[in-house]
Design a protein around this ligand. Sequence first.
Ligand SMILES: NC(=O)c1ccc[n+]([C@@H]2O[C@H](COP(=O)([O-])OP(=O)(O)OC[C@H]3O[C@@H](n4cnc5c(N)ncnc54)[C@H](OP(=O)(O)O)[C@@H]3O)[C@@H](O)[C@H]2O)c1
Length: 252
Amino acid sequence: MQGNTILVTGGGSGIGRGLAEAFHALGNQVIIASRREKVLSETTRANPGMISYVVDLQDAAALRDFAAKVASDHPALNVLINNSGIMRAENLKAQPGDLDEMESIVTTNLLAPLRLTAALLPHLKKQPHSAIMNVSSGLAFVPLALTPTYCATKAALHSYTQSLRYQMQGLSMEILELIPPYVATDLMNGADDPRAMPLKAFIAEVMSILKTQPDAKEICVESVKRLRFAAESGSYEAVFRGLNDAMTKHPH
Ligand SMILES: NC(=O)c1ccc[n+]([C@@H]2O[C@H](COP(=O)([O-])OP(=O)(O)OC[C@H]3O[C@@H](n4cnc5c(N)ncnc54)[C@H](OP(=O)(O)O)[C@@H]3O)[C@@H](O)[C@H]2O)c1
């Protein structure tokens, strides 16, 4: 919660900005990074001391250069929050069509956090205490059929995070997974959808979990538990149907 140097990818908007500002307010050194200079500089202007880098994490070479630069500019960097992501509706009946979109979802949501983790692990391992928090989704656990590749990348990120945590046992490194429900952001035009959890309330609940449950590995606000534990609670079929029928009838 305090005394860390934290890199938040996608920290210029939505959940990333909310987390960046909450950690900044607690006195941490926060670094944000994404493609849009405008949202990054708006965020750093509103939060004096916060630092930003412009990088397109879909570009493997740019990602490698960025990771090397951020680690050398900030030797104290000890926390990585893999938050950047994109979500797109896809019509699988129309395939094979243009597969660029599908591939860019995989690159942004899955390859980029894996590449950034690989690039920064040697640096993070040297720190006395470090952490990686991967932002997956409730949709990793029950897919929304409208966004098939998105859900598949999040399920894969959940799987990878468990393996990473297991392999890092014995090191002073925490491996966390933040599993958001539907939150009101610009991810897929949901900022004004009344069904989405307000961003402020989501960030407040996340920060409260981090503070009061320091051993929690998966950060789940109350409203995501229906999706996260659908399989364990025996309600998977009903939750899958409910989610997909509701979204098909009333897409936002
Ligand atoms: N909102 C929800 O309902 C919800 C639910 C579950 C999980 N999540 C996850 O939460 C995370 C944040 O999403 P959000 O809801 O806050 O939406 P958002 O405001 O659209 O944030 C996504 C961020 O990712 C960054 N990004 C996208 N492509 C990038 C690239 N190629 N390189 C670098 N950065 C890139 C964007 O910045 P630039 O455009 O400046 O690059 C943006 O700041 C995502 O991983 C999302 O999947 C969201």
